[in-house]
Design a protein around this ligand. Structure first.
Ligand code: CU
Length: 179
């Protein structure tokens, strides 16, 4: 048993000596802006063997459920965030919706819940995107024109086209590599 514990400790120390492998080090991150370009939160993104883990922390949003998606261009500079484009996709675009029999598209994510005080926190996971681009069967979030995470005004019904009735784009974060 003590041999096992020493081995486990040694593994912990060797990981600690290699910051690139630290479990809490995000590979990419973004800052959410609202329509007035005020900073209202963060997104941290890490890559696992089968997909990307996203941790979202926001404030100042309307309470309730909000659609949230990966959009295809890393540009949140305009008021309605139209410059962030449509959803990311790695091959031919398929219909939107986590519950759609012909979906989901690569940008789809579960809804974000915002509490009565306007704050929202969530972890989400997607197997259809990648930060490294090593798997060409997934949408590459850090490709040449980057990508963005967009929060919508309304919940995503995960079924209807084009974006599940999620409505206006109320917050947007450009995804950037953490150096
Ligand atoms: Cu969207």
């Amino acid at each position: 048993m003590s041999g096992f514990r020493l081995g486990a400790l040694a593994a912990v120390f060797s990981l600690a000596a290699l910051p690139a492998f630290a479990a809490d080090a995000p590979l990419a991150a973004g800052t959410f802006k609202n329509g007035e370009q005020a900073e209202i939160g963060t997104a941290d993104l890490s890559e696992g063997p089968s997909g990307v883990l996203i941790r979202v922390n926001v404030e100042g949003l309307e309470p309730g459920w909000h659609g949230i998606h990966f959009h295809q261009t890393g540009d949140c500079s305009d008021e309605g965030f139209k410059k962030s484009g449509a959803h990311v996709h790695h091959a031919e675009k398929v219909p939107h919706g986590l519950l759609n029999p012909e979906g989901p598209d690569d940008g789809d994510l579960p809804n974000l819940y915002v509490a009565v005080d306007g704050t929202g926190q969530a972890e989400m996971f997607s197997t259809r995107v990648t930060l490294t681009g090593e798997d060409d069967g997934r949408a590459h979030l850090l490709d040449a024109d980057g990508s963005a995470i967009v929060i919508h005004a309304n919940p995503d019904d995960h079924m209807s086209q084009p974006i599940g009735g999620a409505g206006d784009r109320v917050a947007c974060a450009v995804i950037g590599k953490v150096e």
